[in-house]
Design a protein around this ligand. Structure first.
Ligand code: G6P
Length: 367
C-alpha cells in the first residue's frame, strides 16, 4: 500500500514525528525483554575475536557511524576505522584477515557503499550491515544483517532511519563490549535500560516543535550557519548542518566545538547564527568557553541543551531549545530531533520543496 502523509504537511515532518515509535520498535527487536540483554541474530563468526572494525557509509548514515565509533571504542575498546564510501575504496586501506566490516545504509542500495562492501567481501572481511530495506542488495550480501525497523522513509533527507541506526549501533556496541569482556551483565543491562528511555525522551524533544517553528524566522535569512558539538554530539553538529543544507539551501558547516578557533571563528559576525549542541555534563564548561569566543565576536547563538545547561549558559543567546535531561548514551538520538525540526521549519519558512529538495536523490545509485 502507498505510504500516506496523513495529517502532516510533508513526509519529512511525519517521519520526524514517527521516531519515538520506530526507535521503540527497532530496540524491541534487539533486546531480550526477560532480562534486558542485547540479542543479535545468530552469526557464524566469533565477535570476541575482532580487534578492529572497518565502518563505511555515506551521508546521514555516515554520521550515525561517527557516533557509533565513540560507542565501539569507549564500551568495547575496539578501534574503528571509519570513512565515507567514495573515499574508502580508493585509498586501499589495509584489511586484517578475518576482520569485521560494518556498512550503514537506509536504502541498502547506495552505489559507493555497495561497492565498498563488495571490496571488503573480496578481501576476506565478515560483512555486517545496518540497513532499513530488508530486501536490498546490501541486506542480501551481508553475513550479519542488522535491520532497522523505521518503515519506509519517503522524505529525501533522512531522519527516522538515522535514529533507528543509532539504536541498533548502540545495542551492537553493548553486545560487543560483553563479548570482549569489557562490561559485565549488569553493565549491559544498565546500558539497555538507558536505551529503553530513548522513545520517551524523543517524545519530550518533539514537544518543542512549536518553539522551534517559532524561531525559524531567525535562521531563514542567514547565508551561513555554523553548528558546534563535542564528543558524540559532534557528528550531530555535522548532521544538523547537512539537514539544513539539504532542504533549506542555506550554507551550513558542522564543526567540533574545540576546533572552531582553528578556522570558522574567522567567519563569525552578527550575520552567522551559531547552533550549539551541548547537553550538560563534564565537557559543558569547555563548550561554554567556546560560546564566549563566539559572543566576543558579535556572534548569535542558538543553544540546544537541557535545563541545567540553559540555566548556566542560556542567557544572552539569540534563542534556546530545551531538551530533556538524558543519559549521555542517548543524547545523540534525542538531539537529532531539534536539528531535524530546525532544518524542517527553516525550509518551510523559505518555501522550498522539503520532501524533494533540488539536485538530491533518496538513493544514489551512481558512483
Ligand atoms: C542520499 C540521501 C541521504 C542519505 C544518503 C545515504 O544522499 O539524500 O539522505 O543519507 O544518500 O543513503 P543510504 O540509503 O545509504 O543511507
Amino acid at each position: 500500500a502507498a505510504v500516506e502523509k496523513g495529517n502532516y504537511r510533508h513526509f519529512m515532518q511525519k517521519e520526524i514525528f514517527e521516531q519515538p515509535t520506530v526507535v521503540a520498535q527497532t530496540l524491541q527487536s534487539y533486546i531480550h525483554q526477560a532480562d534486558n540483554r542485547v540479542a543479535l541474530p545468530q552469526i557464524d563468526f566469533d565477535l570476541s575475536a575482532i580487534s578492529r572494525i572497518t565502518l563505511v557509509a555515506c551521508g546521514t548514515s555516515f554520521y550515525a557511524g561517527m557516533v557509533a565509533k565513540y560507542w565501539f571504542e569507549t564500551f568495547a575498546r575496539v578501534p574503528v576505522d571509519i570513512d565515507v564510501a567514495s573515499e574508502f575504496r580508493y585509498r586501499e586501506p589495509p584489511l586484517e584477515d578475518g576482520g569485521l566490516a560494518l556498512f550503514i545504509s537506509q536504502s541498502g542500495e547506495t552505489a559507493d557503499t555497495l561497492a565498498a562492501l563488495r571490496h571488503c567481501k573480496a578481501n576476506g572481511q565478515t560483512i555486517a550491515v545496518v540497513v532499513n530495506v530488508p530486501t536490498s542488495s546490501m541486506a542480501r550480501e551481508a553475513d550479519l544483517l542488522l535491520p532497522t525497523h523505521a518503515g519506509p522513509e519517503i522524505g529525501v533527507a533522512s531522519t527516522k532511519a538515522f535514529t533507528c541506526q543509532l539504536a541498533v549501533l548502540a545495542a551492537l556496541a553493548a553486545h560487543l563490549a560483553v563479548k570482549k569482556g569489557r562490561i559485565d551483565r549488569a553493565e549491559e543491562q544498565e546500558i539497555v535500560r538507558h536505551l529503553l528511555e530513548a522513545p520517551a525522551c524523543l517524545n519530550a524533544a518533539l514537544d518543542h516543535d512549536d518553539d522551534i517553528a517559532g524561531m525559524a524566522h531567525l535562521i531563514a535569512p542567514a547565508r551561513d550557519v555554523l553548528y558546534l558539538g563535542r564528543g558524540p554530539d559532534y557528528p550531530l553538529a555535522l548532521e544538523g548542518a547537512l539537514k539544513l543544507k539539504e532542504i533549506s539551501y542555506i550554507h551550513a558547516e558542522g564543526y567540533a566545538s574545540g576546533e572552531m578557533k582553528h578556522g570558522p571563528i574567522a567567519l563569525i559576525d552578527e550575520a552567522v547564527p551559531v547552533i550549539v549542541l551541548a547537553p550538560s555534563g563534564p565537557l559543558f564548561e569547555k563548550t561554554v568557553s567556546n560560546m564566549q569566543e563566539v559572543r566576543a565576536r558579535g556572534g548569535k547563538i542558538v543553544l540546544i541543551s537541557d535545563e541545567e545547561g540553559l540555566a548556566e549558559a542560556g542567557e544572552g543567546c539569540l534563542a534556546t531549545i530545551q531538551m530533556p535531561r538524558v543519559h549521555p548514551l542517548i543524547a545523540p538520538l534525542v538531539y537529532a530531533v531539534p536539528v531535524q525540526l530546525l532544518a524542517y521549519h527553516v525550509a518551510c519558512a523559505k518555501g522550498t520543496d522539503v520532501d524533494q529538495p533540488r539536485n538530491l536523490a533518496k538513493s544514489v545509485t551512481v558512483e
